[in-house]
Design a protein around this ligand. Structure first.
Ligand code: UTP
Length: 297
């Protein structure tokens, strides 16, 4: 099934245990890279890909995330009065149209597949995107836009994929490759978090998907999989088992796993260095740190 992709699901109901104690009161998606919360990067990427309806799957303790999308009239009028038009423009660019965002609740963190299933009534009978905001991707053409363009040619389900070292594959969903066509890969199987010796390739799925509504039907019956969670990977693998097309997409860009501390720190450095106003001062500081570290070794 092809067709324009206009809806995106943002599953943000996870517990974020790797960032405790911060995530006791701050949703992981509100943590910032420089000055923008992770969720803003995800929204900007979705908008660039033509998404107009944004569905958040939330849970208890995520109020700060909902508040983030409210307009801020007092702040805006103060900036206006003070003539801070640059900041005002930047702020207004983050404003969302009324009604563009919907929130559904996942009452228990039963897994990513379950979180996506919670959005089923808002998706209807059309292909939709899923974006995991803790995977931040720096790219000239935003990753989801690359995928939407490729999906217009292929239809079916499409998952973002990247090569990972063999000893890391067991942390991901891994693709069993049928035909390798370069950026697009035909898939004949998918395994969530395989044991090292059982990984069918080193092509791993990361947090961008374009899915057919059939995947939601599959989720009606999917049982707990790896880690005792209802896995999105299993519902996509069922598409393959039933002879429907699933593709991997080797995106062009650098992905940061901001759900892990090391990935988040790497992203902070990379995004800091990419800012013209910070590059010199921050770059010199990093050089200094590197030479101190070398001297200490
Ligand atoms: P993670 O595997 O990163 O889990 O979820 P987590 O709870 O966010 O973080 P840790 O592992 O405890 O530190 C991947 C994505 O799926 C969402 C998360 O919010 C994140 O965007 N998710 C996961 C849900 O929405 N619901 C779930 O039940 C599980």
């Amino acid at each position: 099934m092809t067709g324009k992709v206009t809806k995106a699901v943002f599953p943000v109901a996870g517990m974020g245990t790797r960032f405790l104690p911060a995530t006791k009161s701050i949703p992981k998606e509100i943590m910032t890279l420089v000055d923008r919360p992770l969720i803003q990067y995800a929204i900007d990427e979705a908008r660039a890909a033509g998404i107009t309806e944004f569905i958040f799957v939330t849970s208890r303790g995520k109020a700060a995330l909902e508040d983030y999308f409210d307009h801020a009239p007092e702040l805006e009028s103060t900036l206006q009065r003070k003539g801070k038009t640059d900041i005002l423009d930047m702020l207004q660019n983050t404003n969302m149209e009324s009604g563009a965002i919907a929130y559904v609740r996942q009452y228990m963190a039963l897994g990513l597949g379950h979180a996506v299933w919670c959005a089923r009534r808002l998706i209807g009978d059309e292909p939709f995107a899923v974006i995991l905001p803790d995977d931040v991707i720096a790219a000239d053409t935003p990753c989801l836009q690359q995928m939407v363009e490729a999906h217009a040619e292929t239809g079916g389900c499409m998952v973002a994929a990247m090569e990972v070292p063999a000893d890391k594959a067991s942390a991901y969903g891994v693709l069993d490759i049928k035909d390798d066509m370069g950026s697009i890969v035909g898939v004949k199987g998918m395994v969530e978090k395989p044991k090292r010796e059982e990984a069918p390739s080193n092509l791993a799925v990361i947090g961008r998907y374009i899915l057919t509504p059939n995947v939601l039907k599959n989720l009606n019956t999917i049982k707990e999989g790896a880690g005792g969670e209802i896995q999105l990977t299993d519902a996509i693998a069922q598409e393959i088992a039933e002879d429907r097309d699933v593709y991997g997409y080797r995106f062009r860009g650098q992905r940061y796993d901001c759900g892990s501390k090391a990935g988040y720190l790497q992203a902070t450095v990379a995004f800091g260095l990419s800012r013209p106003e910070l590059r010199d001062e921050f770059g010199s500081y990093l050089d200094e740190m590197a030479s101190l570290r070398n001297a200490a070794e």
